[in-house]
Design a protein around this ligand. Structure first.
Ligand code: HEC
Length: 142
């Protein structure tokens, strides 16, 4: 009898822990989905013309966004590039580009959304980029 009670309590505790764990995960998942889908809409409206629907870029003129190494290595600088524009020589997937991206008037939360989108599309898998992170990164713009 005692043993049964103990295992029942054990079972309840285990279920409780599972429920808490699962609901925490889905909170994070919901937040990610919100950033990602807002970012997708911003991408379509503000970036796709140049970088392409699949982040493929445009011939020798516009670099693609599917160089996972470049995106990963330069992640902290991307908010600056997108906000202030970008100019000069870069190498993406062994291709040389020397173009100019115009500055944008995107707010930190919009930058975070579009970064969450591109960092998890086109073969990239780098997780969420939050607004606070972008604000921090913008302080380091050169
Ligand atoms: C008018 C065309 C144009 C638009 C619009 C544009 N870009 Fe770019 N983007 C460029 C060019 C050109 C470069 C490369 C600049 C250079 O050669 O230094 C670039 C570079 C980049 C880079 C770094 C290089 C790479 O390929 O990873 C990222 C990231 C990027 N853009 C993301 C975005 C995002 C996100 C948006 C929308 C908010 C956007 N761009 C809008 C033209 C554009």
């Amino acid at each position: 009898m005692k043993l049964r009670a103990a295992s029942a309590i054990g079972f309840i505790l285990l279920s409780l822990v599972t429920v808490i764990f699962v609901s925490c995960q889905s909170d994070a998942e919901v937040e990610f989905q919100r950033y990602y889908s807002n970012g997708g809409a911003i991408y379509q409206a503000r970036c796709q013309n140049c970088h392409g629907a699949h982040g493929e870029g445009l011939q020798a003129l516009i670099p693609p966004l599917n160089d996972t190494t470049y995106i990963k290595t330069n992640k902290p600088a991307l908010a600056c590039y997108i906000k202030n524009g970008m100019k000069g020589k870069i190498v993406i997937l062994s291709r040389h580009f020397e173009g100019e991206m115009p500055a944008s008037d995107l707010a930190p939360v919009e930058l975070a959304s579009v970064l969450s989108y591109i960092s998890n599309s086109f073969g990239n898998k780098l997780g969420i980029v939050k607004s606070e992170q972008v604000e921090e990164n913008l302080k380091g713009c050169k």
